[in-house]
Design a protein around this ligand. Structure first.
Ligand code: DAH
Length: 336
């Protein structure tokens, strides 16, 4: 009987293999597993097996039966649901593995916040290329060749005299090719510097440029706009101060500081005991730059500013190392 069972199993599996149509499966089932089927007739011999061998033979018979049933089910899945599913033995009705929902990077989240604030103040958002010409990145911004100010913006040069833009300021000029004053725009984006990387410096980071040009724009407009922006980000208690600073594309050039929110101005490690944090560069657009934009400096004036998005985001979330942002480490990212 053992041989017969083994023989039967072999025969059943070969036959099953050759089946190509789902309709043939019913005949197969009746032929082997039905009441008058081949397996059933072998099983009938069980009663003639000596009592002592009967349990072993019974379980072998059962194994054979289960084997044929399982192969039949697999074949059914193969023919009905497609070979791929059956081969990988996927239970298609099971819920999938939960990979968790991702979210925007903290820099993107912060940039969106910055854009929302400026848009609520009537600013338009524009973009410019990350690979720039020297003309736009330097010359038209009043930084001529061989001017020592170029040292402050060392970057990566690519073929054809092109470079990875060192700041978003060239977008001021690109935007003005298509616009006439009055304008109120911001230009967020990625910039590059040839920096030695440390907690405060990366070779790749984000800025948001701002430009306002109209009749009678003064430093008062610049200060009130930037103060309003900083209050909307960091709260109404924010105190700012303005210091002269040199940027070739503005005259006068100003840096805006914010009183340290951690120590309230008395000095701590975050503000390096200064009581103030440098937030951004700004100034009144230089007459030469206005001319390069095709704008008459006798008629119009304007202000510009450049926000370091990474730095502001780090202050906003109390992060002390810029490199976390670019590490791709999910332990960092999951906190936002
Ligand atoms: N482009 C400057 C930088 O990357 C930042 C800046 C300073 C932008 C003053 C301005 C500005 O528009 O007026 O360091």
């Amino acid at each position: 009987m053992r041989d017969e069972l083994e023989q039967l199993k072999k025969q059943a599996l070969t036959e099953l293999e050759q089946i190509k149509q789902p309709e043939q499966l019913k005949d197969f089932e009746i032929n082997y597993l039905g009441r008058k089927g081949k397996l059933t007739s072998v099983l009938k011999q069980l009663k003639d097996v000596p009592k002592i061998d009967r349990p072993a033979m019974g379980s072998l018979a059962n194994e054979t039966k289960q084997g044929i049933i399982q192969s039949l089910e697999l074949k059914k899945t193969q023919l009905v649901q497609g070979p791929k599913l059956a081969m990988s033995a996927i239970e298609a009705t099971w819920p999938g593995r939960d990979f968790g929902l991702g979210h925007l990077h903290p820099i993107t989240q912060f940039l969106n916040k910055v854009q929302d604030i400026f848009m609520s103040m009537g600013f338009e958002v524009v973009e410019g290329p990350e690979v720039e010409t020297q003309k736009f990145n330097f010359d038209l911004l009043n930084i001529p060749k061989n001017h020592p100010a170029r040292d402050a913006w060392d970057t990566f040069y690519v073929e054809g005299g092109l470079l990875m833009r060192t700041h978003t300021s060239p977008v001021q000029l690109r935007a003005m090719k298509k616009s006439k004053p009055p304008v109120r725009l911001i230009a967020p984006g990625r910039v590059f510097r040839n920096e030695a990387t440390d907690a405060g410096h990366e070779t790749n980071f984000y800025q948001c440029e701002g430009l306002v040009i109209d009749k009678c724009i003064t430093v008062a407009n610049l200060i009130s706009t930037l103060e309003s922006f900083l209050k909307q980000v960091f709260g109404q208690n924010v105190k700012i101060r303005v210091r002269p600073e040199y940027y070739p594309f503005v005259e006068p050039g100003l840096d805006v500081d914010m009183q340290c929110l951690i120590c309230g101005g008395s000095g701590c490690s975050v503000c390096k005991q200064r009581g103030w944090l440098e937030m951004l560069g700004s100034g009144m657009v230089h007459p030469t730059v206005l001319k390069n934009m095709g704008v008459d400096p006798a008629k119009y004036s304007g202000f510009a500013f450049g926000l370091g998005i990474d730095r502001l985001m780090m202050l906003y979330h109390s992060i002390n190392d810029i490199r976390f942002s670019y590490s791709g480490d999910s332990r960092f990212l999951e906190q936002f």
